[in-house]
Ligand binder design. Structure first.
Ligand code: SF4
Ligand code: SF4
Length: 407
């Protein structure tokens, strides 16, 4: 099992409770960003681009704990920035544990080994280590040599000390499935409890705009990466979310499932977009124009987004319906079976790799960030594979719950 039974039970009873109360929109994971300052400068990061006076701001432990109470989500993901830089990180962790929350403390692990002595292993505390692949890919992704080795050493130390450790991997359109498989093997050997993986989101502010995935390319790439998964690989995702990434199930986004609290307050509508802030969680839930967002919404920034902070909650919510439970059973059953690709999918994947190689050659590196600019051929194929993609700006009814549909 990818998470302890007590955590699965806490989440299941919480979701059932929300459903019994008839709540259509409820938070599942609080994304708590107590600071934006980081000790790295990753190429795909949209958080560290703020001006210095914002990077200096911190959410106090008192405010962080009050936000968690106000939101009520059973899981808190402490992100950032680098949370281990926060001067009150221990108080935040201790307070959240006392509140009964399950914590994923996201870290790039540069400071983790030294910081471990400040914490005590606990079933409610997991270190979620940012690892973007094997050494070559990870060090390039975080723009600093040696980071992979430091993180791997810290992971092993944390595991040895009895901490729960997971990994969090963002994959861009230059990802090589074989290398990603090697990476999964290595993380399992290192003793991590489970792995999270998600396509990168095209941040407007991120320095490298050419590495981000386009929706149909994302599906074919993830089908290559996750199709026929080894039994040894454990993922910290619901099977329905993994099926969604592979294009087997379609969901719309439930941004309210992962609400974000940071130095500005409650962020509308999600972790990735900042369309305004409110003082209270209630105001954020009540004043956000939810129908604008998600793949069927009208906001162009959502059209290629398939990230877990938008769609994992959709998959979890779906699992509590009869149809969703059947989809989950099927996703589980098919998880390790070899997958077949249509001719168009193979062609699209070949284009994806060719773009990656071309970009790598022009950069003088073997698997550098890929170009998505050479799209004439891809566009034609995409029209065949997803003819409606150009008309996806359909109006969406307000209050439409996330619903899963088999493809
Ligand atoms: S480690 Fe995380 S917060 Fe820091 S620069 Fe990289 S992606 Fe951004
Ligand atoms: S699809 Fe959802 S998670 Fe992605 S940017 Fe839009 S609202 Fe945010």
């Amino acid at each position: 099992m990818a998470v302890p039974i007590s955590q699965a039970w806490t989440v299941a009873t919480y979701v059932l409770g929300q459903k019994l109360r008839g709540r259509k929109r409820y938070p599942l994971v609080l994304m708590l960003e107590p600071l934006f300052r980081c000790n790295l400068a990753c190429e795909g990061c949209g958080k560290i681009q703020f001006p210095d006076h914002i990077l200096k701001k911190r959410v106090s432990a008192e405010k962080a704990l009050a936000a968690a109470e106000e939101c009520g989500a059973p899981i808190v993901s402490i992100a950032g920035g680098e949370p281990l830089i926060h001067p009150e990180i221990e108080q935040i962790v201790d307070g959240l544990i006392k509140q009964g929350r399950y914590i994923y403390l996201c870290t790039n692990a540069l400071l983790l080994e030294r910081a471990l002595k400040k914490f005590t292993p606990h079933k409610q505390l997991t270190f979620s280590v940012h690892m973007d692949g094997l050494k070559e890919e990870h060090d390039r992704s975080v723009s600093r040599d040696g980071t992979f080795d430091i993180a791997l050493k810290a992971i092993k130390k944390a595991v040895e000390m009895g901490f729960r450790v997971t990994t969090n991997t963002t994959l861009f359109n230059n990802a090589d499935p074989e290398r990603v498989h090697e990476f999964f093997d290595l993380m399992m050997e290192a003793g991590v409890e489970s792995m999270m993986t998600s396509p990168g989101y095209p941040y407007e502010k991120a320095p490298d705009q050419e590495i981000f995935l386009e929706r149909d390319r994302t599906k074919v790439l993830f089908k290559k990466i996750l199709g026929g998964a080894k039994k040894e690989w454990r993922f910290n995702h619901s099977p329905n979310f993994l099926a969604f990434l592979k294009g087997d199930i379609d969901y719309d986004c439930t941004p309210w499932g992962n609400p974000t609290y940071n130095v500005f307050g409650w962020q509308k509508p999600c972790y990735l977009l900042g369309d305004g802030y409110t003082k209270t969680f209630k105001q954020m839930m009540e004043t956000t124009e939810w129908s604008r967002y998600g793949q069927h919404g009208t906001d162009e920034r959502c059209k290629d987004c398939m990230v877990h902070c938008g769609y994992e909650a959709s998959a979890v919510d779906d699992s509590f319906s009869l149809g969703g439970a059947i989809r989950m059973w099927k996703a589980n059953k098919n998880m390790h079976k070899p997958v077949t690709f249509t001719e168009d999918e193979e062609k699209l994947y070949a284009l994806l790799r060719a773009d990656a190689m071309k970009r790598a050659e022009s950069c003088g590196a073997s698997s550098c960030c890929s170009s998505s600019k050479d799209v004439a051929g891809s566009e034609k194929l995409l029209e065949n594979i997803a003819p409606n993609r150009v008309t996806r700006q359909v109006q969406r009814e307000e209050n439409v719950p996330a619903s899963g549909t088999d493809r």
